[in-house]
Design a protein around this ligand. Structure first.
Ligand code: GUN
Ligand code: FE
Length: 423
């Protein structure tokens, strides 16, 4: 048993922070047992790890990120989604046919996820099997958790990114055989049809069958951009909405599912998300950079829809999920300024979305309640601090002003994760 001593903060519910000043977080075998002010029986059999004065908070979860777009982070933001994909994103992703290139970019990506305190993520790779395998191996070596998807796509893209259905099935099966066996593994495959415009009905069907056959989760994009949605209406004239098109192919909650964006999701599509327990990955920086719109996060919360935050590199330019919390609040305030009927998001709400709500995708992750896996960050905010801040003001200042320099320790499933090497 270990006891981590410090100022412990987390969100059990979305409207309130739990704050334990100068307390002990007891962890056994990587699992949280309890939080106590004093150690039981003098604490003889317990190893104390002393982080007195520091903040101990749940680690971050990034629910939507494209590892192969890492080199495009912070550039090429002058176009909307469809031309952005064609002009910048597909040419960059084509380079991942070359494993040596993938190794260079992916090892930096994994190192920087670590830096930002993101211990679990749900990641798009590219259509290339070998590079995807490399990314999974890098995550495994790091000790951090990730669902990694080999992207499936076979239309509306350059030939270099097109696969045949047979190839898609064969390569997905190979990755599942290699990484899909152990239930408790930290790195796992996820079925990843890029989005409806990139996949023929036959490929979408094949993806749905693979997910069902191996009980694998699914990730994709939904209702991000109005031109994209018009294209989907043309391609899927018989579907009631974009979400329904995925549903038809077994890709919308038949197994655990994450859909990125949902900027324009309303009405029946919102009901379908809710009824199928689909998680929304809200990506506020991407939605601004690609001029996609302002997602209706408050109505997702009011409808008890599962939600997490995503950096969506490189539509998004920020890897830090702390920054994402700030942008989520700010975009909700812009929405509110034009429609006062729904309140903007609060700090505890976005913290809960990023940690406990997102964490449900990985199991019992994202909180410090008993039974949760110990995924945690230790923050030394003394450089940001003046004597008289409350613990919650210190957390707020770290979220708004802090960065990786203030993150002293990172834990995933109870293990301290050291800096992954860059290849
Ligand atoms: N829709 C399909 N592919 C992508 C992508 O790479 N990024 C974003 N933001 N949306 C997409
Ligand atoms: Fe995306």
């Amino acid at each position: 048993m270990k006891a981590y001593k410090g100022n412990i903060i987390f969100t059990k519910q979305k409207d309130k922070f739990e704050v334990y000043e100068n307390s002990f977080l007891l962890v056994d075998n990587g699992v949280v047992q309890s939080i106590v002010r004093e150690l039981p029986n003098g604490g003889d059999a317990i190893e104390v790890v002393d982080y007195t004065g520091k903040l101990i908070i749940p680690a971050m979860n990034d629910m939507h990120v494209h590892a192969p777009q890492y080199r495009n982070q912070g550039i090429a933001m002058d176009l909307e989604l469809l031309p952005w994909l064609n002009n910048y994103t597909f040419p960059e992703e084509s380079k991942f046919a070359e494993p040596a290139y993938a190794k260079r970019v992916y090892s930096r990506f994994v190192r920087d996820m670590w830096r930002e305190g993101t211990m679990r993520s749900v990641v798009f790779a590219t259509v290339h099997c070998e590079s995807t395998r490399l990314l999974m191996q890098l995550f495994e070596k790091s000790g951090m958790g990730a669902f990694v998807g080999k992207v499936d796509m076979n239309r509306n893209c350059p030939d270099a990114l097109k696969e045949t259905i047979e190839q898609s099935i064969r390569e997905n099966e190979a990755l599942v055989a290699e990484f899909g066996g152990e239930k408790n593994a930290l790195v796992k495959p996820i079925i990843t049809p890029r989005f409806i415009p990139s996949c023929t009905p036959e490929l979408l069907s094949a993806c749905g069958k693979l997910a069902a056959k191996h009980s694998l989760p699914v990730q994709s994009h939904l209702s991000e951009n109005t031109q994209e949605m018009a294209l989907v209406r043309e391609l899927e004239p018989d579907s009631r909405n974009y979400g329904d098109a995925y549903f038809k192919y077994g890709l919308f909650g038949q197994t655990p599912t994450i859909m990125a964006h949902c900027v324009w999701t309303r009405g029946e599509e919102l009901e379908l998300i809710k009824n199928n327990n689909v998680m929304v990955a809200h990506c506020p920086t991407s939605n601004m950079n690609l001029a996609s719109g302002l997602a209706p996060v408050r109505s997702f919360l009011d409808n008890n829809i599962r939600i997490g935050l995503g950096s969506d590199i490189s539509g998004g330019h920020e890897l830090s999920i702390f920054r994402m919390m700030v942008y989520a609040i700010q975009t909700s305030k812009i929405r509110y300024s034009v429609d006062k009927s729904r309140p903007f998001l609060t700090l505890s709400e976005v913290f809960w979305i990023a940690t406990k709500s997102a964490g449900t995708f990985f199991g019992r992750v994202g909180s410090f309640e008993p039974g949760y896996e110990f995924d945690a960050l230790v923050i030394d905010d003394s450089e940001l601090n003046f004597d008289d801040y409350s613990l919650l003001s210190r957390l707020e200042r770290f979220i708004y002003l802090g960065d990786d320099r203030y993150i002293m320790h990172r834990f995933c499933r109870g293990v301290e994760i050291k800096e992954p090497c860059v290849l």
